[in-house]
Design a protein around this ligand. Sequence first.
Ligand code: C5P
Length: 308
Amino acid sequence: MTASVTVRVPAKVNVQLAVGGLRPDGFHDLANVFLAVGLYDEITVAPADELRVTCTGPDAGQVPLDRTNLAARAALALAERHGRDSRVHLHIDKDIPVAGGMAGGSADGAGALLACDALWGTGASREELLEICAELGSDVPFSLVGGAALGRGRGELLTALEVGGTFHWVFAVADGGLSTPAVYAECDRLREASGTGAGIADIPDPEASAALLDALRTGDAAALAAAVSNDLQAAAVSLRPSLSATLAAGTEAGALAAMVSGSGPTTAFLVTDETEATKVADALRASGTCRAVRVTSGPAAGATVLRG
Ligand code: C5P
């Protein structure tokens, strides 16, 4: 039997996050355009005396190590379906910001699932793995597939998208995280307060922007910048007003687009090339409006077995 398996999984940014009304099941229908970017967590799994999770990396102290961790839940779900022994050690080498709107927890779920699948040789189909991912969380299927995709439903029903080039990004990591349910609830509250209502009868069905999909297909960063949107941005800024200063600092430094990444509080800055990325990153560091700055690009490949 293989002694251990290591899987690498990317972070994501949502270049469009269109949020429909609140559904009776507590979720929102989305038109969610995901782009995987080159910040990665690595998940290593090996047989052990009991199921346990460890984590290293700059934000490791903020990662839950109990069975609420999506990596542990992924191992348990796959073990249950295939009658395997779930006593494994899952180690997460974490480089994706925690609770930042970059799907770090989802990445660990998808990574642990693929790693356990390889360790146990379950022979599960891609469809079955995607089904388990969807049970674990709305963003987990995308962490498995990577690249770029449109997510419908609550974000779990994926259609792969063509991307015609490399997009360069700078990410500003804020102090502390934001809870995804709290940001969705704030979005509903702001909609109620503005008088539109927040239910599925009040909000039009979310649709992917044709201009945005075109910009992805042609690899045109300026066109993508003109088309990006995030319906959760106002809610994230409402809960964390200091994000306005971070967004302004990146815009002043010449970013083509400045936006909150997913439910935040990480902010994302689209730039023309690596030189501009360095310039915007330096300006964000100097602004004192964020805890850390990361430079990367996308699309990046989905969950990939590195070793084992
Ligand atoms: O699917 P996931 O566990 O990541 O969702 C976390 C929470 O985010 C949900 O309980 C819900 O409050 C909110 N959410 C939502 N609509 C979605 C996805 C998530 O309201 N499409």
